[in-house]
Unconditional design. Structure first.
Length: 122
């Protein structure tokens, strides 16, 4: 019974991440490209009187790039592949939980592993 809504949420989460500028990743490098996006889990987070909240979790694989493509080719730039976990939350009306059109997914990409790696040890 939940498989069709799970498939719809999977697609909507992917579209939300690919259709928006991912500020958390954009803060790491001036250029990046999304290589892969994996959905690991879809669950009902909360059911209230008016809304049902779904949470989609997974990982996004990106290539971070510093400087231009030609600079990278000429060894004057750099690229790094990295994977980050994400979560995406959907709040849908209880009376029509299949209507994803009005849903405004909220997502978070956790880049703390990169930031922790780049922070010098004291």
């Amino acid at each position: 019974m939940l498989r069709p809504i799970a498939e719809a949420l999977d697609g909507s989460a992917v579209n939300a991440l690919l259709g928006e500028t991912i500020m958390e990743i954009e803060d790491l490098a001036p250029h990046f490209s999304v290589d892969e996006l994996y959905v690991d889990d879809i669950c009902v987070e909360q059911i209230g009187a008016d809304l049902i909240t779904y949470r989609v979790t997974g990982s996004i694989e990106v290539t971070l790039q510093w400087r231009s493509n030609s600079d990278v080719r000429n060894d004057n730039g750099a690229e790094a592949s990295q994977s980050f976990p994400f979560q995406c939350e959907f709040r849908l009306p209880v009376d029509d939980p299949w209507d994803l059109d009005p849903a405004e997914p909220k997502y978070i990409v956790d880049t703390s592993s990169w930031r922790d790696m780049m922070t010098p040890e004291e």
